[in-house]
Design a protein around this ligand. Structure first.
Ligand code: ADP
Ligand code: GN1
Ligand code: MG
Length: 370
């Protein structure tokens, strides 16, 4: 939005090793968490772009540890791809630009944390999947990402947001928000609260299987929405997985579930006309095919058994997070209008419900590609 003020991007850029003259900068992308800017420079008459990002340090309490995760993950992927024929490390993962004193982030005078990435040119993101090929490409890209990180050397990655996909704790947070109702909003969203409360038993399914050792913990992305993977211009080939703030130990179902949420439905995340929101089995088929093409070789049979279910669970989980944030006065997700979080919640619940209904069809697709 044009009215949002821009920080002094030229001053921020001076903290990084960027060889060129600053031209200008603008807000970039549609993330809900960080502040992202595309900044233009010029060197020897050639313009080029850089991404500057102010990391949300209210949400991410330990930015230095988070940045160390990102350094390790991107260096590991880069080294791995350098040895794999047909791959281009510079385009298939993010590249951090160091600060002038060789650090991986810059802290400004106000305590904000900044990082700089090489701008991934020739690639784009979509906000809503347009066809089954995009779903398949995104699925394969996230599967590759999980595969490439499977042998990341110890130590374990830092947990940047504890219990990020602990659905029962997300549910407990919703119950607390309903009880406190600090903005007197609960009365407006009775149906959504009812929908959520009726599904409490489902919430613990995955964390229980993890606790029992029936599903293995792996390194997962945890925020696999469709605008966190870059597709090649022209071909839509799934290329770089981005937004690495939540890469940490998790279940593959957190990733596949969030991909089902964002890659198999029509309508935007905050669509207000519910008739535009529908689950598309053809898009799910594309996604499942692409994901299993990449992940089949390392998944256990038990993990595959829960892939179809993960869609309804993770979509429900994100729905209750939007509902909780609405009740708490819109303090977590960025919003541009009042009611945006409740619109987001409604689309998630409509999607989750559609997946409940389509469950046996989804299972049949998984059975075909497993
Ligand atoms: P958030 O955590 O707020 O979602 P992201 O890291 O996902 O932030 O970045 C927001 C958007 O900025 C992405 O959806 C993508 O469109 C764009 N983006 C991020 N990093 C790059 C990059 N290195 N090159 C090009 N575009 C990028
Ligand atoms: C946030 O950062 P972004 O916009 O890609 C959120 C995800 C939610 C998503 C819902 C760190 O993702 O967990 O699923 O919004 N990220 C964080 O659109 O909370
Ligand atoms: Mg993002």
């Amino acid at each position: 939005m044009t009215s949002r003020p821009l920080p002094d991007l030229a001053a921020v850029a001076r903290a990084f090793r960027i060889e060129g003259c600053f031209l200008d900068g603008a807000h970039h992308g549609n993330g809900h968490i960080n502040d992202t800017y595309a900044v233009r420079f010029e060197k020897d008459g050639q313009p080029f772009r850089v991404i500057l990002q102010r990391v949300n340090h209210t949400i991410f309490k330990n930015v230095p540890a988070l940045m160390e995760n990102i350094r390790r993950v991107t260096e590991h992927i880069r080294a791995k791809l350098a040895g794999l024929p047909g791959h281009d490390p510079a385009h298939e993962t993010l590249t951090l630009i160091p600060t002038v004193d060789a650090g991986i982030f810059h802290q400004d005078g106000e305590g904000n944390f900044w990082r700089a990435y090489v701008f991934l040119e020739g690639l784009h993101v979509v906000e809503v999947v347009e066809n089954a090929n995009q779903a398949r490409e995104a699925g394969r890209a996230f599967a590759d990402f999980q595969k490439w990180l499977a042998d990341l050397p110890a130590p374990k990655l830092f947990e940047t947001i504890p219990d990020f996909h602990h659905t029962p704790r997300r549910f407990a947070a919703l119950e607390a928000a309903i009880a406190a109702d600090p903005h007197n909003r609960a009365a407006q969203v009775k149906h959504e609260i009812e929908f959520a409360l009726a599904r409490q038993t489902m919430a613990s399914t995955l964390v229980d299987l993890l606790a029992k050792g029936e599903l293995p913990e792996r390194i997962t992305h945890n925020d696999t929405k469709i605008n966190n993977v870059m597709l090649e211009d022209g071909t839509d080939h799934g290329t770089a997985v981005i937004d690495l703030d939540t890469v940490m130990p998790g279940l593959v179902h957190y990733d596949f579930g969030d991909q089902i949420r964002t890659s198999t439905c029509t309508g935007t995340e905050d669509e207000r006309e519910m008739k535009k929101v529908s689950f598309r089995i053809g898009l799910f088929e594309g996604l499942a095919r692409g994901y299993l093409e990449g992940a089949r070789e390392f998944l256990t049979p038990r993990e595959i058994d829960y892939l179809a279910f993960s869609g309804q669970l993770i979509t429900f989980e994100i729905g209750i997070r939007f509902l909780t944030d609405f009740l708490q006065g819109d303090i977590y997700f960025k919003t541009r209008r009042t009611g945006q979080n409740i619109d987001r919640c409604r689309t998630q619940f409509a999607r989750a419900r559609a997946m409940e209904i389509a469950r046996s069809q989804m299972e049949a697709v998984i059975a075909r590609y497993r």
